[in-house]
Structures are given as C-alpha cells and as structure tokens.
Design a protein around this ligand. Structure first.
Ligand code: ZN
Length: 313
C-alpha cells in the first residue's frame, strides 16, 4: 500500500509511511505535521508537532500544557526534515498560521494543502501555490458552480441592516476575519468581540495579523449604540434568536448554519470551485487526492486531461 500511494488512511488519520508521520492526525501520535489550529486538524498530546508559530500558540491556548510533547516551530518556506523526509511550509490563507506542506516521496513533490483559501481578504499571508507532482487537497466546495459571493456585498448586509447585529463566527479564524472585514468595508460601525474570542484576536495581533478596530464586549457600551456588531462564538448565538433588540446572522459558507438567523452572511474560509480549478492549474499535478468533501466532480472534470484523481474517504 505504502509503495502505491504517498499517504494512507489509518485510524489516527492520514499517514505518510515513508516518513513514519501523520498529517493533521485526529489522535495523539509520535510525529504530526499540523497545518492549522482548527479542531478537526489539531488535537492534543502528540509527542512531536511540526507547525507554524501561531498554530502552536493557538493549540497551547486551547489545550494548555498537554498541547504537545514538543513543538517544532517552522516558518513559511523554511526547509525542515521529519524522520528524514524533506518538508517545506507554504501559506494556506485559511486562518492565521495555516500552512500547506510540501514533502518528498520517491523523488516526487507531494503537496498536502490542509484547508486553504485563495482569498485571504488582505489580513492573512496570501495562499502560495508551488508546483507539485502530487496534490492532496481539501474538496469542501468541489462542486461546479459553487462559488462564494463577493465578500464586500456580504459585509453590506451587516452594515446596511440599520440595527444592532449579533454574528456567530468560529472562534479561530472567522471571528478575526470578520472584525478585519468590518474595518475594511464598514469602519463606521463599532465592533464588539465576545470574551471567549478576545484571546484569539490578541494572538493574531501579537503575530502581526490585522484584526481591524474592535473592542471587548461590554453590555453597557453595546446597549448605548444604535448600530453595532457583536461577534460571538456559535454556541452563544442561539440565545439571541428571536430577540427584538438585535438581528442575528451566522457568518459561514455552510448553508445549514443559517437557519433561524435573521439574515445570511456567506463568507467562507475555504476555496470555492473556481479557486480549486485555479489551484490545480498553478500547481500542475499529475495526480490529485481529495479529502473533506467529494472528489467525484474533480474526477469528471479532469478525466480527459490525464490527471488521476483519487478520493481519500
Ligand atoms: Zn480549517
């Protein structure tokens, strides 16, 4: 198995046999390359974790001392070795500190993207697409026609609502993107951030990422404002459903999360269909593996072009 494919699926997650390490494992392992700090990519307790500085800090924020036995902190486009395999990180533009990793396998380049986004909105290091022989990519929105709306138009829904808005946003990544976008497109509107999200904003800022103008939430201050935005974690949003004082929205590309909200704000941290095609044209792989989503449209799309597409279930 390990000779046919550079990666295999194991119960711990995606395994790179020739280097005896895992990519974004879901259980603690001896050697893990972690692309970014989202919970479905970063777990606590691995003995050796190779990641960016901000990913290490975000994991320490969530898991404390049990985050990792040892962090090996690497910079963008810095060469490093894991059990003899040459590796290099490239910015993934998904959330702060997110990286793709290029690895060597049988004299071929293998690029594992983790989650990535071709639109960094200006607050993250833009996504970099190095050329590769083999591409392992997420396929979250790999459906023809599934393209994200203009971000500026989505922000207008908040800024032109004429009321106070409570917005649900994932604590790591989306909340910081949202406060940055408000400063970019609707700087006149005060932005308040929930206390559980504030430490992530601070880490972003300490690492040089622009999170826009915002302040920690104060009920008194928020009530004084006629129009304002309050960014809360997803689990806090339902307590505002049906409120007469505020409108609610969930800021995400996931349609099912918009139910019960006053209006939809469709801003995603994942590449859309056009982004995926652009990435393939720039990385020029001869083989593609897809994860997180269906690769069947990819298989159809690239069938005649000679690119083999495999789905990793
Ligand atoms: Zn993610």
């Amino acid at each position: 198995m390990s000779e046919l494919h550079p990666v295999v699926k194991r119960k711990e997650g995606l395994f790179f046999p020739s280097g005896n390490f895992f990519l974004d494992p879901q259980r603690a392992v001896s050697h893990a390359i972690v692309t970014h700090a989202h919970a479905d990519h970063a777990v606590a307790g691995s003995a050796n974790v190779y990641c960016s500085k901000l990913t290490a800090q975000l994991m320490q924020l969530r898991f404390g001392e049990r985050a990792a036995g040892k962090f090996h902190v690497l910079g963008e486009e810095e060469n490093f070795s894991v059990n003899g395999i040459s590796c290099r990180f490239y910015s993934a533009g998904h959330i702060g500190g997110s990286m793709m990793v290029m690895m060597k396998w049988k004299n071929k380049n293998v690029l594992f993207t983790g989650d990535w986004n071709h639109s960094s909105c200006g607050h993250l290091t833009p996504c970099r697409f190095p050329q590769t022989d083999i591409l392992i990519t997420e396929a979250t929105f790999a459906t023809p026609g599934m393209n994200h709306p203009e971000t500026a138009e989505e922000i207008k829904k908040i800024s032109e609502s004429g009321v106070k808005v409570v917005a649900g946003a994932y604590r790591t990544g989306k909340a910081q993107r949202l406060s940055y976008l408000m400063s970019k497109y609707a700087a006149q509107i005060p932005v308040f951030v929930h206390r559980d999200i504030v430490p992530v904003h601070r880490l972003y800022e300490n690492n040089g990422f622009n999170t826009g103008n915002w302040q920690p939430y104060s009920k008194q201050q928020f009530q004084k404002e006629k129009i304002a935005l309050y960014i809360v974690p997803p689990q806090t949003l339902p307590s505002y459903y049906g409120s007469r004082d505020v409108a609610t929205t969930f800021v995400t590309g996931w349609k099912h999360r918009h139910k019960q909200c006053t209006f939809v704000t469709n801003i995603s941290d994942h590449a859309d269909w056009n982004g995926l095609l652009q990435m393939v044209s720039e990385t020029k792989p001869s083989v593609i593996y897809t994860m997180h989503g269906s690769g069947k449209h990819f298989q159809t799309h690239y069938f005649a072009s000679g690119i083999d597409v495999f789905e990793i279930q």
